[in-house]
Design a protein around this ligand. Structure first.
Ligand code: A4P
Ligand code: MG
Length: 154
């Protein structure tokens, strides 16, 4: 049974999820573009905005190529857990290969945060524990929040 939030009016809650996209293998722009298309097609969801794509130097213990990173804001009725399952499906569709943790990958999709919901489970932590450490996530979040508020969406 899915614990979806139901408002007093009986409607399902529409929250906004911020999703980080990363790619550093193969045709990186194509993987990001396909991921955006797949995210926009998720059920009970609507793509609100996408940040600038930026090339970032790889961090972490593994020597690897530069990443293309981007963040999107998705209005969704999916719970954090339902969204995680959907993101993993999209990653598999990108022939994701990842032999080592933090290593190179065609596509990585992380839930950065939800506007209203949180999660703290062994396999799902929202907001993402690394949100404060990644400059580019901070930049992309600011950009998206600016875009949404200038449209009066938040
Ligand atoms: N998981 C828990 N919370 C979340 C969440 N909020 N969003 C669990 C997504 N997943 C979450 O992830 C491992 C497990 O984390 C998942 O099964 C899920 O249940 P994964 O994507 O399978 O493994 P991973 O990506 O290798 O590990 P992790 O910890 O997500 O790595 P990172 O932190 O994504 O690091 N350098 C640059 N410049 N740009 C990058 O984007 N990314 C990495 C990967 C390394 N260096 C980078 C970049
Ligand atoms: Mg990841």
């Amino acid at each position: 049974m899915t614990a979806r939030l139901r408002l007093a009016t009986g409607e399902l809650m529409r929250d906004v999820a911020f999703i980080a996209l990363g790619s550093n293998l193969g045709d990186r722009s194509m993987y990001l573009e396909r991921a955006r298309t797949a995210l926009a097609a998720l059920p009970r969801s609507r793509m609100l905005a996408a940040s600038t794509v930026e090339e970032t130097a790889p961090f972490g213990p593994v020597t690897q190529g530069a990443y293309l990173n981007q963040m999107v804001a998705l209005e969704t009725e999916l719970t954090p857990r339902e969204l995680l399952a959907a993101l993993q499906g999209i990653e598999h569709g990108a022939q994701r290969t990842r032999e080592v943790r933090w290593g190179p990958r065609t596509l990585d999709l992380d839930i950065v945060c939800f506007e209203q919901q949180t999660a703290n489970e062994p396999d799902l932590v929202v907001p993402h524990p690394s949100v404060a450490d990644r400059d580019f996530w901070q930049r992309e979040l600011r950009e998206l929040r600016g875009t949404l508020s200038s449209r009066g969406a938040t």
